[in-house]
Design a protein. Structure first.
Length: 368
């Protein structure tokens, strides 16, 4: 337990189990993607799934990103490969827009290999890879860095459409899992808590550790191990996941006095908080109907589906992202004060809270 000290990790991404996007398969894909160099940790506490990065290891992806984005040849090869993948992904997104009635072992293997590749490509667009490169670019005015990072902004948006299609409530991953459940007569609820290697065992006719799978509805943890990914279940997983939950709850209380993040566009604005979901278009439309011009938009991260909210906002505050995130780019275009990467904004603040967004100093403070 001591090696998983909550203070040594920062939360990159959260998913709510209620929305149905949490799964062991998604966890495996992410842990084996580009972010593996940041020594990631995934915790699930029965309510929230969270991807966390090891703070002492952040220098590794930062250097990898600087090397990639400083080279015209390396970046062009990466961008070309990713754009080819995005184009090819449309076929699998269309195929799994519905549950497949006939889904074999070979079908799963081919699908899993293709889906896994996405997280090796898209992961390189995350801020842990490009924020240092962005800082170096601003300091040195390096033309290659500027060109590559400008293209990365567009590439990230293109890739985000695939990400959304993959992890939406009834998107590609959800329908792959339901296709598996149908093919194997496995419980369609429990299938979400089965890891990739276990799916392969199941399709090969082997018995699964049903008791362990059931226990994952309460908690599971994935850790980086030499040469792969480790899975933790049962009481050990509960101890780790609940320790992170308790630590964060205390952090939320303290953060209400002043939540810090990265300045994407400067300015100071006071207003009423409006919290919007990130991947629920219907709910976001309802938020737009009640949102008033000048309200403070607080969200895990923005995307093109939330543009109408961004236009109305007096300021934008996000849990996730860096200087090339959608929120950061849009705020600069709209000239709206913006703070990104607060980690806990959507957990600390509530609809109707009156806050000050001091984007000159990167602090959001709740006012009486």
């Amino acid at each position: 337990m001591s090696q998983f000290t909550p203070q040594n990790y920062q939360t990159l991404f959260r998913l709510d189990v209620v929305k149905g996007r949490v799964s062991g398969l998604l966890s495996d894909f992410i842990m084996n993607g580009a972010l593996r160099s940041g020594n990631p940790l995934i915790t699930f506490d029965g309510a929230w799934w969270a991807l966390r990065l090891h703070i002492p290891s952040e220098a590794i992806p930062a250097e990898e990103g600087l090397t990639l984005f400083s080279s015209e040849e390396k970046y062009n090869a990466y961008a070309q490969e990713f754009r080819a993948y995005i184009k090819a992904a449309q076929e699998i997104i269309t195929r799994f827009s519905v549950v497949q009635k006939n889904f074999s072992f070979n079908d799963f293997q081919e699908t899993a290999i293709f889906l896994q590749k996405f997280w090796s490509l898209y992961g390189l667009t995350e801020f842990v890879f490009h924020d240092k490169a962005h800082q170096v670019m601003l300091k040195t005015k390096n033309s290659v860095l500027e060109k590559n990072l400008n293209d990365l902004e567009t590439l990230k948006f293109e890739g985000r459409d695939v990400l959304n299609a993959y992890i939406l409530e009834k998107g590609t991953l959800a329908n792959v899992l339901q296709s598996l459940a149908l093919a194997s007569s496995f419980d369609p609820v429990l299938i979400k808590y089965v890891f990739r290697s276990e799916i392969e065992d199941m399709l090969a006719g082997k018995d699964l550790p049903l008791e362990r799978i059931v226990s994952r509805q309460k908690a599971f943890v994935l850790i980086s191990e030499l040469g792969g990914v480790g899975h933790i279940d049962g009481s050990e997983a509960e101890n780790i996941a609940f320790a992170f939950r308790d630590f964060e709850q205390e952090q939320f209380k303290n953060a209400a006095q002043g939540l810090k993040g990265q300045i994407a566009y400067k300015g100071v604005v006071r207003g009423k908080v409006v919290i919007s979901p990130m991947l629920d278009i219907k709910a976001a439309m309802e938020v737009e109907r009640r949102m008033q011009p000048g309200d403070i938009l607080v969200v895990q991260s923005t995307n093109p589906d939330l543009m109408s909210l961004c236009v109305k906002a007096g300021a934008i505050v996000t849990d996730q992202g860096g200087m090339l995130s959608h929120a950061a780019i849009i705020s600069r275009e709209l000239k709206v004060p913006c703070i990104v990467g607060t980690v806990d904004g959507t957990k600390v603040f509530k609809d109707g809270d009156y806050v000050e967004v001091d984007a000159n100093n990167g602090v959001v403070t709740k006012l009486n």
